[in-house]
Design a protein around this ligand. Structure first.
Ligand code: ZN
Length: 442
C-alpha cells in the first residue's frame, strides 16, 4: 500500500509547478485538501489534490494539465496529515512544485490576476473581488470545484455544476448555487467507478460512459455536438491577459535574499513564479522580504505534445533551456514521445527528431531527423492551413504554427490547440493505485 501511495504521489507531483509559463490553473492547496465533500473521507487528504489535477485535465481535455498550488506554511506540519503526506509536501515545497507562504489569504487570486491563469475555487470570494474586480466581472476566470461520484469536476463561472439530468438543469437556470452532494457509497455507479482496475490502454468508447458524470459530459452537455470521435473546436477559457502589474512583474527576473529560496533562489531549476506585492513592493511569497530585480526575464514558451488530438504532456522551452524531442533522446531532461507511438510512428520518428530553442524572443525548431518535419503554418486559428516540410534545417514559429513529427504526433505552442477529440478522456493520476482511490471514501 505504501508503495502505491508513493506512486500516486509521484504521478501527482509530475503535474505540479510554480513556473508561470507551464502552469494552467492556480489553486489553494489546503482548501482542496480539506474539501471533505469530494470523497467524504478524512478531514484533510493530499490525494484530493490529485482529484483537482484530474478535474483540470478533463476540463482542458489535456492529459498533461499543470496545476499551480499555493499552500500556507502551517499545512506542512499539519498533524492530521499522514507522515508520508507531510514528507511529500516538504519535498514539493523544496523543489518549488508548490508555493509555500506564511498566509495564503488572496495569494491564489493575486497569481491569477498577475498571470491570467484560471483560479480554481471551492467557495465564493466576495471579499477578494474588491481587489480583483474580475472575480465578479469575469466569472469564467473562476473554475468551481464540485464533487462528482468519487471524483471532482470543474465548472467555469464560479458556480457549482448543474446535474446532468436535463430536467434538473432546467430547474436550476438562474439560480446562483446548488447544494453540494457528496458521493453516495451505496450508489452502484459510485462503487463501480471506485473499484475499477487500472486503466486499459484505450479509454472506453464514449457511449459506454453514458451516465458517468465527468467533465467531458458537461462539455458535451454545453451544446457541443458529438458523433463518436467528433472533432470539436475548443471554446473553453484557458487564460486571460495578465494584469498591468502582473505583466511588469513577469517581464523581470527576481532574486530572493535567502540563497536557498525555492521560489526566487539562484539554484531554482524551473521558470520563476510571480512575486507577491506587499505594500507596493515585489516580495518573496515564501520569505516575505523584498525581491531584487536582476534583469529581464528570458522569454520562455510552453509546448504541448499532442497525440491524436489529445495533449499528453507540457514542457517549457526557454532561452537557456533548449529541448530535444524524439522517441529516445539521450538527455533525460529532454522529451520522449515513445509512450504514445504506434509501430509506424515509432519507425518514422527519430531518437532526437527536433530541437526546440528560443532565439531573439521567438521559438525556433530545427529538424534533426532522417525523415524531416512538417510545419503547419497558420497566422490565426481560422486561416487556411499551409504546410512546409523542413529537413535538417530550422524554422521560426509564428502565430498558430505547429510542428508535426508524424501524422497525429504534434508539438503545439502554449494553448494553441485548435481542436480536440471528445471521447479520448485523459487518464486519472489516481488510477495508478485503485485501492488507494477506494480508500479516499473510507
Ligand atoms: Zn524567498
Amino acid at each position: 500500500m505504501r508503495f502505491e501511495i508513493s506512486r500516486v504521489m509521484d504521478t501527482i507531483e509530475q503535474r505540479l509547478t510554480t513556473d508561470v509559463t507551464l502552469a494552467q490553473a492556480v489553486v489553494d492547496l489546503a482548501e482542496v485538501a480539506r474539501f471533505v465533500a469530494l470523497d467524504g473521507g478524512r478531514p484533510i487528504n493530499l490525494l484530493r489534490l490529485g482529484m483537482v489535477v484530474d478535474a483540470l485535465s478533463r476540463y482542458l481535455i489535456d492529459a498533461g494539465a499543470m496545476l499551480y498550488p499555493v499552500a500556507g506554511r502551517e499545512v506542512l506540519s499539519e498533524a492530521a496529515l499522514t507522515s508520508k503526506e507531510r514528507m511529500v509536501l516538504g519535498r514539493w515545497a523544496d523543489d518549488g512544485l508548490i508555493e509555500v507562504t506564511p498566509v495564503v489569504a488572496d495569494r491564489p487570486a493575486e497569481i491569477a490576476d498577475f498571470t491570467g491563469l484560471p483560479l480554481i475555487v471551492v467557495r465564493d470570494l466576495p471579499q477578494q473581488a474588491a481587489r480583483f474586480p474580475w472575480i465578479s466581472d469575469s466569472p469564467e476566470r473562476l473554475l468551481r470545484l464540485t464533487p462528482r461520484a468519487g471524483g471532482a469536476v470543474l465548472t467555469p463561472g464560479g458556480e457549482p455544476t448543474p446535474p446532468k439530468d436535463g430536467k434538473e438543469r432546467l430547474v436550476v437556470v438562474g439560480k446562483a448555487t446548488l447544494p453540494i452532494v457528496p458521493p453516495d457509497p451505496d450508489d452502484p455507479a459510485t462503487e463501480k467507478k471506485m473499484a475499477e482496475p487500472a486503466p486499459a490502454t484505450d479509454p472506453p468508447p464514449a457511449e459506454q460512459q453514458g451516465g458517468r458524470p465527468d467533465g467531458l459530459q458537461s462539455f458535451t452537455a454545453r451544446g457541443s455536438q458529438r458523433f463518436g470521435r467528433t472533432r470539436v473546436v475548443r471554446r473553453r477559457f484557458t487564460r486571460a491577459d495578465p494584469s498591468g502589474v502582473g505583466a511588469s512583474l513577469m517581464a523581470r527576473e527576481w532574486r530572493c535574499k535567502e540563497p536557498d529560496c525555492p521560489a526566487f533562489g539562484a539554484s531554482r531549476r524551473i521558470g520563476q513564479p510571480v512575486p507577491r506585492m506587499r505594500a507596493g513592493m515585489p516580495a518573496c511569497p515564501r520569505h516575505g522580504d523584498a525581491v531584487k530585480d536582476i534583469g529581464p526575464r528570458p522569454p520562455a514558451f510552453a509546448v504541448a505534445v499532442v497525440v491524436d488530438d489529445l495533449a499528453r504532456r507540457r514542457f517549457v522551452v526557454a532561452t537557456d533551456h533548449p529541448v530535444r524531442v524524439g522517441k529516445d533522446p539521450k538527455n533525460p531532461d529532454d522529451i520522449s514521445v515513445a509512450t504514445w507511438l504506434h509501430e509506424a510512428a515509432a519507425a518514422w520518428i527519430a531518437k532526437e527528431h527536433v530541437r526546440l530553442e528560443v532565439e531573439s524572443g521567438h521559438l525556433k525548431v530545427t529538424d534533426t531527423s532522417e525523415n524531416g518535419t512538417v510545419i503547419w503554418k497558420r497566422s490565426s486559428p481560422d486561416i487556411k492551413e499551409e504546410t512546409e516540410r523542413i529537413y535538417k534545417k530550422s524554422y521560426q514559429l509564428d502565430g498558430w504554427d505547429s510542428i508535426e513529427l508524424y501524422t497525429g504526433v504534434e508539438l503545439v505552442v502554449g494553448d494553441h490547440r485548435l481542436q480536440t477529440v471528445v471521447g479520448s478522456e485523459p487518464a486519472s493520476v489516481l488510477l495508478d493505485a485503485p485501492t488507494v482511490a477506494m480508500r479516499l471514501v473510507d
